[in-house]
Design a protein around this ligand. Sequence first.
Ligand code: 5GP
Length: 130
Amino acid sequence: MPTIFTKIVNGEIPCYKIAEDDRFFAFLDINPLAKGHTLVIPKQETDYLFDLDDQLLADMNVFAKKIAVAQKKVIPCKRVGVAVLGLEVPHAHIHLIPMNSEADVNFSNPKLKLASEEFEEIAGLIRTEL
Ligand code: 5GP
């Protein structure tokens, strides 16, 4: 049974796509902690991030860096925070969260409710900087 993220990669479930290459995929988190909150995943299905092959993990971070640099240009924030939880979806992923304070990356915070047009606009803005 493919993971929900594999279904997103395959276009079976819609997403607000940020970027893709042959091994990685990035898209907006549907329950964002902040505007621009993005998930970066390997296309290869592996549950736990640190079970990834060393080279794939290293390259995934380089892929994530490009997204973070683009996020920082278009989303007003001090930094882009990086988080790895993986408690909900068993498909390795890195959260990239634009933040102004430590409190912004508290996963117990209520999630933002954004209209589809806002997600589209944010994704489009980030894509313009890639
Ligand atoms: P974690 O596994 O790191 O604890 O959390 C999984 C993250 O994936 C959550 O932030 C959740 O909002 C996000 N997520 C779960 N299902 C979907 C989905 O179908 N689409 C998108 N874009 N994000 C999802």
